[in-house]
Ligand binder design. Structure first.
Ligand SMILES: Cc1ncc(COP(=O)(O)O)c(C=O)c1O
Length: 491
């Protein structure tokens, strides 16, 4: 049976037959290339190293230790099975009170208690993915638009646009200003959109930023919040990386800024999740935190479509309420991220590869403009293909983040162990030095080391296009197909 979407059926809906999911972008294609040939230190040492996945795998030992020390938190242990029945039958879309309380407290904790969160406003959803879509369903109608500083997280096209029918208007940010968004850029994008009769409903910020790995300053947040409030626009802040900050400046949440800025709280909404800060994307815990009662009400009703399982709520309520553990976990996570970040940045700098100075997130924004043959998006794609197929690293090209300038790539550094990171750096070293030596990446591609491997994609751009882009091989990384990279990434 063909599940590839090849045979479009006229009797199906527009959503079923459109391309809005965006899974045919290089961002997801890189995941699929990894899926076909995943790196393993002993079993497949020449395989693709996955550096396109923003996962935090540096602190699982701490969580595992907590699990061993707290068997009653699980309903699958003799200490915890007494709660099995209650947990198994619980299905209220308000969620377990102890879970909402623990999440609200945790959200305050990661914002260094500069804002308090009310458990009655915590609405759960299936990850930040589900939370973003649900929120947009509450705020806008098909055809309405949101202004989003670009480069932006590629899956926004799926999460907030695909099924809601809203539009994303990128607010282009540039290297000349280190890709920081300014009020002037926002105002200009807003004016252009309204002149084009587009109904702009709000602004969506990601703070800390994915893909830039930077935090937004308090001044920027204040000016943008004043701007949205004055224009009666919603301010949506995706703060999924709020505790994934490992260097100064510290993270400032919109929840803190709104207390000091003249604004309409009914227009302010936060998206949160435990996928990054706790490294638990598989638990699918997403949170909508809105200061608007009607939004809370409607989002809660909608949350029936993507509840967090009671088992996860029960377990996480215990873990997040353990203040001593959480304190230690967050501190240690920042320390390990800082160490990993610093090692990776230094390794790249030795090869004269510079990155945007970052202090947050699970990735670096790498400047590879000097390695492109031509300073165009075509040149960027060519370089991306060489890196993916012959250096065997899945990094994500800036164009998939709607970056307005070619030559920038996002590389994730926290979803692997130290050894794998060193292998990745070694490959980059060889790639750059070989390229420098002969100034021609075709010579590089003739290198014996990169030839004759069964699982390898062979390099001709046509073949590459076919193997990477063919709809026959297309597979969503978020699909239930058993070969999902997310499944294969794990031992
Ligand atoms: C900015 C941003 N928002 C949302 C998500 C989706 O997160 P979740 O796994 O909780 O759905 C991600 C994941 O990479 C992200 O980077």
């Amino acid at each position: 049976m063909d599940f590839t979407g090849e045979k479009k059926h006229e009797s199906l809906s527009k959503i079923a037959t459109n391309d809005g999911h965006g899974e045919n972008s290089p961002y997801f294609d890189g995941w699929k290339a990894y899926d076909r040939n995943p790196f393993h230190p002993t079993q497949n040492p020449d395989g693709v190293i996955q550096m396109g996945l923003a996962e935090n795998q540096l602190c699982f030992d701490l969580i595992e230790e907590w699990i061993k020390n707290n068997p009653a938190a699980s309903i699958c242990t003799s200490e915890g099975v007494g709660n099995f029945k209650d947990v198994a039958i619980f299905q209220d879309y308000h969620g377990l009170l102890k879970f909402r309380q623990a999440v609200a407290k945790f959200m305050g904790r990661v914002r260094r208690s500069k804002a308090a969160f009310d458990p009655s406003r915590v609405v759960m959803s299936g990850g930040a993915t589900g939370a973003s879509e649900t929120l947009i369903f509450c705020l806008a109608d098909p055809g309405d638009a949101f202004l989003v500083p670009s480069p932006y997280y590629p899956a926004f096209d799926r999460d907030i646009r695909w099924r809601t029918g809203i539009r994303i208007i990128p607010v282009e940010c540039h290297m000349s200003n280190n890709f920081h968004v300014t009020l002037e850029q926002m105002e200009s994008a807003y004016t252009k959109a309204t002149e084009a009769n587009i109904n702009v409903k709000g602004v969506i910020l990601t703070n800390p930023s994915n893909p830039l790995g930077i935090t937004l300053s308090k001044e920027t947040l204040t000016s943008l919040l004043s701007f949205t409030s004055e224009n009666n626009l919603h301010m949506v802040c995706d703060e999924i990386y709020s505790a994934t900050v490992f260097n100064s400046p510290a993270f400032t949440s919109i929840s803190e800024v709104m207390q000091e800025t003249k604004c309409n709280p009914d227009l302010v909404h936060i998206i949160y999740s435990l996928s990054k800060d706790m490294g638990l994307p598989g638990f699918r815990v997403g949170i909508i935190y809105s200061y608007n009662d009607q939004v809370v009400n409607c989002a809660r009703k909608m949350s029936s479509f993507g509840l967090v399982s009671s088992q996860s709520q029960h377990f996480l309520a215990s873990m997040l309420s353990d203040d001593v553990f959480i304190e230690k976990f967050l501190e240690e996570s920042s320390r390990r991220l800082a160490k990993r970040h610093s090692r990776f940045v230094k390794g790249l700098e030795q090869e004269r590869i510079h990155c945007l100075e970052g202090n947050a997130g699970l990735f670096l924004w790498m400047d590879l403009r000097h390695l492109m043959k031509e300073p165009t998006f075509d040149g960027e794609m060519k370089l991306w293909r060489v890196i993916l197929e012959h250096v065997e690293l899945d990094v994500s090209p800036g164009s998939s983040f709607h970056c307005p300038e070619p030559g920038f790539f996002r590389v994730c550094f926290a979803n692997m162990d130290d050894y794998t990171m060193e292998v990745a750096l070694k490959r980059i070293r060889e790639f750059v030095s070989k390229g420098n030596e002969d100034g021609d990446d075709k010579k590089l591609l003739r290198k014996k080391h990169w030839k004759n491997r069964n699982l390898r994609l062979s390099f001709t751009s046509r073949k590459c296009d076919e193997s990477l882009m063919s709809p026959h091989q297309r597979m969503s990384p978020h699909s239930p197909v058993p070969h999902s990279p997310l499944v294969l990434a794990r031992p």
